[in-house]
Design a protein around this ligand. Structure first.
Ligand code: ADP
Ligand code: MG
Length: 345
């Protein structure tokens, strides 16, 4: 199978599952844009006020401008180009970085916002079709030495400093989650009761469906070629984020190289997991924890999840065993047509 592009099939599945509305108030607005390197789709029910959509998307563009790695005016660009020098950043950047470091500490450093040098080296998000090279060992070793969240310095007056030359931040594993939470804030301010937020597969099921029932979210079958879901999760007011190897990757000699990199090995993570779905109150937790859990593997992830409030997960391993944590056991149902998956108790 060739490298998949950014059109993520799961999004379509999810929307099919959730878009059947009924009831009296059938007003509905949908807006789709390509930003933050992915497809963003917001559906708001019970209102046709396009100004609300404008507000939501303006906020997203603003966050992208502040935290993109490639936009020259962004905080992250400035920090990366000036390592060892303190850079004054926006409140949002400071907050996301603080939260990122917090998640790093809770995940044994598997989530690391200073993963930049390794991400650049592997360059998986921009890999071309037919790619047949991987980085040299020496380059991986050198990049690996620059990855350490402990070397982000939080100074007074919202200044950030990277302690080592050539260190680089990459917030690709957390900023979409933060953006989801910012959208939720706006929808609350605007008194919206029902909405579906989708930032390239980072979902937030806002409120309940217009008919008052919970949202039904299709959990992607990790065998992406099937373009199907393997189970259904019923939720209200939850962030649902999946990390897997099937969205951005390339293949050489049967080995898959995907875009989640283990800071300890310097290579794309490789363990028994096929995918991790994190179900949480906050998008920022879902986005970052799903990345970390995907690297940590089943047992360690389950232990961490059971120790944090408001965070649950659905983990699928290579034997198609499905681990569902206690907080959502009742809300998840297998729906795999071939009967390949087993829920492990
Ligand atoms: P997606 O962007 O497809 O939703 P993830 O949320 O799992 O995927 O995040 C993957 C992105 O996070 C990568 O593209 C990269 O920018 C960044 N990243 C990769 N490895 C790590 C890591 N170990 N810690 C933090 N961020 C990472
Ligand atoms: Mg993510």
């Amino acid at each position: 199978m060739k490298k998949n592009n950014l059109i993520i099939i799961s999004i379509i599945l999810i929307m099919l599952l959730t878009s059947c509305t009924s009831g009296l108030d059938n007003k509905e607005m949908v807006r789709t844009e390509f930003l933050m390197d992915t497809i963003v789709e917001i559906t708001i029910y019970g209102s046709e006020d396009e100004l609300i959509m404008d507000k939501v998307y303006n906020r997203l563009f603003q966050l992208e401008n502040i935290m993109s790695k490639t936009k020259k005016d962004s905080d992250i660009y400035k920090i990366n180009k000036n390592s060892e020098r303190p850079i004054r950043v926006q409140e949002e950047t400071y907050q996301v970085l603080k939260e990122a470091v917090d998640i790093s500490k809770r995940t044994e450093g598997k989530f690391d916002p200073t993963i930049g040098p390794l991400v650049n080296l592997w360059n998986i998000n921009d890999s071309e079709e037919g790619r047949n090279w991987i980085p040299k060992g020496i380059d991986i070793d050198n990049a690996k030495k620059l990855v350490d969240f402990n070397n982000i310095e939080f100074l007074e007056n919202k200044e950030i400093r990277l302690k080592e030359k050539d260190m680089e931040l990459d917030l690709g594993g957390i900023v979409k989650g933060f953006a989801v939470d910012e959208i939720v804030k706006i929808l609350k301010e605007e008194n919206i009761k029902s909405a579906m937020i989708d930032l390239g597969g980072d979902l937030y099921a806002y409120g309940e469906k217009p008919d008052g029932s919970p949202w039904n979210i299709g959990i992607q079958n990790p065998d992406i070629e099937l373009r199907d879901y393997m189970g259904i999760l019923s939720v209200k007011n939850k962030s649902i984020v999946t990390s897997g190897n099937y969205e951005r990757f390339f293949e050489i000699d049967g080995e898959i190289y995907h875009h989640i990199i283990d800071p300890n090995t310097g290579y794309p993570s490789n363990n028994e997991l096929l995918s991790v779905t994190v179900v949480s109150d906050k998008g920022i937790e879902g986005d970052s924890y799903s990345t970390a859990f995907y690297i940590l593997g089943v047992q360690e992830s389950l232990e961490i999840i059971e120790g944090i409030d408001g965070v649950d997960g659905i983990l699928i391993d290579k034997d198609k065993k499905v681990f569902v944590t206690s907080g959502i056991k009742e809300d998840f149902q297998l729906r795999d047509k071939k009967g390949e998956f087993t829920i492990i108790d």
